[in-house]
Ligand binder design. Structure first.
Ligand code: HSE
Length: 300
């Protein structure tokens, strides 16, 4: 018995929502093929698309750790063979590790006839994230699991909510061929912030949620400033300011780092504008001789 599951790439933080906002895109994503075994072993049979970078040790790979924790929890001893087809770059800021974590545990739950609700799979997927970057943040795994735009209201206890987004909201993502390690990109963050910045940031978080839920594109755009994290991380991404500027000048609602970077995303109203914005962003990297992938997707 076998199943093939796709889990999408995700944009975490979405400018002002560090560790609390995330959204899923249509593509790229990872594919996991899970097959039941006759014994109780978890075996990673094959990994493609990772340039040999990922471990086959089931206790250390983000695809298998969530499955192991999940089987422990439901006290089930089924064994699985795992094939992981990485269809997106590692260390890209597109939630690559999350897509694998989510696809794996989702596939296991399906093959076992869904003993748990989909949303109950989130804590296990987060364990994959802990393996990948040392912190079990949920802003990639939650949207990869649930689709759409997800808010993590609280981590302890875990409380998350999927909200509706406007029909015409599109995201353009450029992924320059550079690698940023999420662990490093978290270590450099300042642990304290001054009240003035916290006020500005929470204003934007509230504005973003209100803008998304009322299809107010102007409000979404005005809310897309990150005072707390982007200023520290922008230095890790060459041409960040130029790319952001190109997006805004072309007509994007706003732009920021996707997750921990180096991918950069922009929101636009309408697919046509999102395509134009994406091309303009890509052109900045291309002019600097940096190979770049462009993805344009709806947000719902
Ligand atoms: N919220 C996380 C971070 C996402 O920015 O570190 C990492 O993909």
């Amino acid at each position: 018995e076998s199943i093939k599951i796709f889990a999408p790439a995700t944009v975490a933080n979405v400018s002002c929502g560090f560790d609390i906002f995330g959204l899923a895109v249509d593509n790229p994503g990872d594919e996991v093929i899970l097959t039941k075994r006759n014994d109780n072993k978890i075996v990673i049979k094959e990994i493609t698309g990772d340039e040999g970078k990922l471990t086959y040790d089931p206790e250390k790979n983000t695809v298998s750790v969530p499955i192991l924790r999940y089987l422990d929890k439901i006290q089930n001893k089924t064994g699985f063979d795992i094939i992981l087809n990485k269809k997106m770059p590692l260390g890209s800021g597109l939630g690559s590790s999350s897509a694998s974590s989510v696809a794996g545990v989702f596939a296991a739950n399906e093959l076992l006839n869904n003993p748990l609700e989909i949303s109950d799979l989130l804590p296990f997927s987060m364990e994959g994230e802990r393996i990948a970057c040392g912190a079990a943040h949920a802003d990639n795994v939650a949207p990869a699991l649930l689709g759409g735009f997800v808010i993590i209201r609280s981590y302890e206890p875990l409380d998350f909510i999927k909200i509706n987004t406007p029909d015409e909201l599109y995201v353009s993502i450029v992924h320059p061929d550079l690698e940023v390690n999420t662990k490093d990109a978290r270590i450099i963050l300042r642990q304290e912030a001054i009240l003035k910045k916290i006020i500005a940031q929470t204003g934007n978080v509230a504005g973003m949620v209100a803008g998304l839920m009322s299809s107010n594109y102007g409000l979404i755009g005005r809310s897309m400033t990150d005072y707390l994290v982007e200023p520290n991380r922008a230095i890790l991404i060459p041409y960040f300011n130029e790319v952001k500027q190109a997006a805004l000048e072309t007509g994007a609602l706003g732009a920021s780092i996707s997750g921990a970077g180096p991918s950069i995303f922009a929101f636009s109203q309408g697919k046509e504008m999102a395509d134009k914005v994406g091309q303009a962003m890509k052109a900045v990297f291309t002019a600097a001789n940096i190979n770049t992938n462009l993805f344009v997707s709806g947000v719902n």
